[in-house]
Design a binder for this molecule. Structure first.
Ligand code: HEM
Length: 309
């Protein structure tokens, strides 16, 4: 009986010669193993801008400098560098979204956030590549990393500040380098994406508390009943407040995606180093786990509890 079932299934998957089933125009194409270069293809590139020169490939591809001779260190470097490139793009989009919101130009700001979410998905998926690094492989070059740690990533800290996780203590890590410290200190002291949004709601006539829209932005954000009340007004009548509602939901998406990245980082670290301390000096996984309780947009979560009341 079991055997008959296998045979029946096997019949379903009998390999067919695809080329026999394709329309005439595609037939020969499938079997080619050589593609001649077409006549119009540029091959004399003297004095021209090329792919390699435009993208500065010699510089980009010279930036992977392992400190050990262990095979797996290249993956470790590239995973970090690719993340830094995506963080660069994220910051580019975030700054643009914030500038647009600051002048109440909301539709293109929503477009920026849509792209940010796709980048975040990419950054999340990327962890699966580093997860192929086993503890045995990592331990062979870990000691050579000294105190270097992602905790010292200036771009990551920039994203945290732009999204609103303000913590002046983080600046200490950059005190040795004014070129990193100064722009981060400026971002710490400026309104976050969320605060730009709250300020634009205020300009649009929503009744936001004065001490929320104008405060010392370098201090951690504190939730406010008045902000929950504004969001309740928005969620209670979507037709009347559609654009604000759309922005609220985009922000919730961005926060969730950011949390997913933090979670996946924590799980990757857990499977690679267990509960060892971090190279940057923290307790490791338990320190990373604490970040999962942080929220950028507290009232946007809180209002959900009151929906339908
Ligand atoms: C073998 C892989 C990795 C391990 C074992 C690891 C481990 C750690 C640990 C233990 C911390 C806490 C700070 C410390 O004490 O060092 C940390 C922080 C951090 N790591 Fe990783 N990490 C890895 C890969 C990555 C990658 C690929 C990135 C991408 C850029 C990254 C970005 C960060 C960031 C941004 C922080 C700061 C997080 C925060 O402030 O909450 N890490 N990492």
């Amino acid at each position: 009986m079991a055997r008959r079932r296998i045979e029946a299934n096997a019949e379903l998957f009998v390999p067919v010669n695809l080329t026999l089933r394709l329309p005439g125009a595609y037939r020969g194409l499938m079997n080619e193993s050589f593609r001649p270069i077409e006549e119009g293809v540029a091959t004399d590139l003297r004095d021209e801008m090329t792919y390699a020169s435009y993208l500065q490939l010699p510089t980009l591809l010279a930036a992977q400098q392992p400190v050990s001779d262990h095979h797996d260190e290249m993956l470790f470097i590239i995973q970090h560098q690719v993340t830094e490139l995506w963080l660069k793009q994220l910051i580019h989009e975030l700054r643009s979204a914030m500038a647009l919101i600051a002048v109440d130009d909301i539709p293109p700001a929503l477009k920026r956030l849509a792209r940010i979410k796709v980048i975040q998905r990419q950054m999340f998926e990327q962890w699966s590549v580093l997860e192929t690094l086993t503890p045995i492989e990592y331990v062979q070059f870990r000691d050579q990393l000294g105190k270097a740690s992602g905790f010292q990533s200036p771009q990551y800290r920039t994203v945290e500040f732009l999204l609103g996780n303000k913590n002046a203590g983080m600046l200490k890590v950059f005190a040795h380098d004014p070129a990193l410290h100064e722009p981060l200190a400026a971002d710490l002291a400026a309104p976050s994406l969320y605060e730009e949004f709250l300020r634009s709601l205020d300009r649009a006539g929503y009744d936001l508390p004065a001490d929320v829209i104008d405060r010392d932005f370098s201090q951690p954000y504190e939730r406010h009943d008045g902000v929950v009340a504004v969001f309740k007004t928005i969620y209670d009548d979507l037709d009347a407040h559609w654009q604000a509602y759309e922005m609220c939901e985009e922000l919730v998406d961005v926060e969730e995606s950011f949390q997913l990245w933090r979670f996946r980082h924590m799980k990757t670290v857990e499977r690679i180093i267990g509960f060892k301390r971090g190279t940057g000096g923290s307790s490791g996984v338990s320190f990373l786990r604490k970040a999962l309780d942080l929220t950028f947009f507290p009232e946007l979560l809180e209002v959900r509890t009151h929906i339908g009341e």
